[in-house]
Design a protein around this ligand. Structure first.
Ligand SMILES: C[S@@+](CC[C@H](N)C(=O)[O-])C[C@H]1O[C@@H](n2cnc3c(N)ncnc32)[C@H](O)[C@@H]1O
Length: 295
């Protein structure tokens, strides 16, 4: 273990954007290898495990290895995650592509079998699409990644109402049948579907830190709201700068997480402290994506 940080903050009354009835959801974050950290947690204690592991593409926070060794390491982390998952809980593994010598290896396809070996069931393969990234010369530029959402059983939490999005035609009515003249859609909005257009965190994003690939908080918020209830536990074993923890705390859930890099844990602690002080800015969940052509 490289260092330990474990703090519970009280929330100041000025904290904004926070569900009022859980006043000070606790959090535990550590600078640690995730296997060590997860082994310290109790079996079946986590309601949602949401994470984005390294893709083995040589980012500054990872050592590039063979794909076989990478898969072996992922298998160990996934096994620990399954041990920690509550029987009614969900695992969301957010991944993109491993790329070697110009060849693309889709990590969701590669890792799917590991989750299945543990008996988990896939509920959605969510496509996260975003506007910014590398401009490729010998293939189409990548503008999406995926989230594999698995559950441990058929009895799982799924709250659709808190994550509904505005309907395209909210005034549309039934034009025949017994409900003729009544609104045909749900007045709370529609299901957000399995394709999510959420800006990735690049230079001028309001949430940008020194981390090269942080989650937009909104991406995690939608999963937290849909897949957990108030007061439940959310774990990110590759926490980075703490975006999952912020999404969890913002909605009155307990947050757990670790990252092997002290610098990122320091930033995560600072972001959480600013969140509790009501000073952390995040991009709102349902803010429309800016379209320069106004389309
Ligand atoms: C894709 S980033 C995750 C970023 C995170 N979602 C955020 O919003 O900041 C992967 C993270 O995994 C961390 N990491 C790599 N190997 C690890 C390990 N064995 N245990 C814990 N963290 C690890 C890296 O330091 C890096 O911050």
């Amino acid at each position: 273990m490289i260092g330990v940080k474990c703090e519970h903050f009280g929330m100041k009354s000025s904290a904004k954007n926070v569900i009022p009835f859980i006043k000070n959801p606790p959090y535990t974050i550590e600078c640690s290898d995730n296997i060590d950290f997860m082994r310290s947690l109790k079996k079946e204690s986590m309601n949602l495990i949401i994470t984005s592991p390294p893709y083995n593409i040589g980012k500054e926070y990872e050592r590039r290895t063979s794909l076989d060794l990478y898969i072996e390491q992922q298998a160990s982390t996934i096994a620990e995650a399954v041990r920690l998952l509550h029987p009614n809980g969900s695992i969301c593994w957010q991944v993109g592509n491993h790329v070697d010598d110009g060849e693309v290896f889709p990590l969701d396809a590669i890792l799917y079998g590991i989750f299945k070996q543990h008996g988990l069931k896939l509920r959605n393969r969510i496509v996260w699409t975003f506007g910014h990234g590398l401009h490729c010369q010998r293939r189409f530029s990548g503008r999406h990644e995926t989230i594999l959402w698995f559950t441990k059983s058929d009895d799982y939490v799924f709250n659709l109402d808190p994550v509904r999005v505005p309907s395209k035609y909210p005034d549309k009515k039934h034009f025949k049948g017994p409900n003729r003249g009544e609104l045909s859609g749900n007045p709370l909005g529609k299901n957000p579907s399995d394709v999510w257009d959420i800006p990735n965190v690049k230079a001028n994003h309001v949430e940008k830190t020194d981390h090269p690939c942080q989650f937009p908080v909104a991406l995690v918020e939608r999963l937290v709201l849909a897949l957990t209830n108030l007061g439940q536990s959310v774990l990110d074993p590759y926490l980075g700068v703490g975006s999952s923890a912020i999404a969890a705390l913002k909605h009155g859930r307990m947050a757990f997480g670790c990252d092997i890099t002290q610098q990122y844990i320091d930033i995560a602690s600072d972001r959480i402290a600013r969140f509790y002080a009501g000073e952390l800015r995040t991009r709102p969940l349902n803010k429309p994506v800016y379209d320069p052509n106004g389309g």
